[in-house]
Design a protein around this ligand. Sequence first.
Ligand code: ADP
Ligand code: NA
Length: 329
Amino acid sequence: MTQPRVLSGIQPTAGSFHLGNHLGALRQWVALQETTEAFYCVVDLHAITLPQDPAELRRNTLASAAQLIALGVDPARSSLFVQSHVPEHVQLSWVLECLTGFGEAGRMTQFKDKSQREGTAGASVGLFTYPVLQAADILVYRADQVPVGEDQRQHLELTRDLAIRFNGRFGDTLTVPETLIPAGGARIMDLQSPEKKMSKSLPPAGCILLLDDPKVTSKKIRSAVTDTGREIVADPVGKPGVTNLLAIHSALSGTPVAALEEQFAGRGYGDLKKELAEVVVEFVTPVRERTQELLDDRAELERVLAAGAHRAREVAAATVATVYDRVGF
Ligand code: ADP
Ligand code: NA
């Protein structure tokens, strides 16, 4: 039986992924390799929808790929590549742009959010058409499933609509992908503002980066905002800070939250933070070391990514050839 095909991408916009990226998304990427034919890419084309320094972008792209491998993405089993190395994404994207309504694109809430932050006047057309390129990323591989967070649901709906529209107009060509909301995907909150999700766009003190020095990691956890009272119990409304620390511990150690509550009964927040820092450092240390090893042999890393792009192109080129033929090129 052939395995379902999965596509997922992540932006290289920071030098390091954070614990939210790992527990909310990347951990599932690794697990999905068991049951699917996976295509995973570092989406550098998406990154330039906002201004990037070229040297930094190149560095971050390689560092992102290295971290994916260090976390367990296996380039021998999955196609791991850099989006800009596969020009077929953009070739399909143009056709899809010509099938997307201007108003339809304008309803994408992520564009509204981002352009409101930056100001619509300063926003690029690329930021506006971003969801169409994202649709091309998926459709060019005829992916069956796309693991996405809740925040990407609307974009995936557009992807499905575009596939259905293309097929309706030009004959059955593109696979209409299913959304895969990954089981066990945890939503990790910021350590300083636990009502907000952990994000690289918030101040660094609340965000645990995979490549942080262990001393920095421990300090961030020790300084995490906790709640009034002293009981260590999960209570997302009354104790969002403590709840988040328990969730991170549980996700990394595999100990159920209820068992942690029992273990920490009668103990203080300081004990929880101390143990959590150990659990996190134990997890990130080998990831950090492996990432550095991979980056130290840049030629080999580039060879691995070139091989991934080559495999991806075999699939993507076949899709674009059929699409272009159907369109009349
Ligand atoms: P950021 O919010 O730091 O910019 P991205 O938006 O680039 O992160 O997210 C990359 C992936 O990581 C997405 O699949 C997203 O759903 C997931 N992710 C990001 N932050 C978190 C979080 N705090 N908890 C769980 N998953 C997250
Ligand atoms: Na985000």
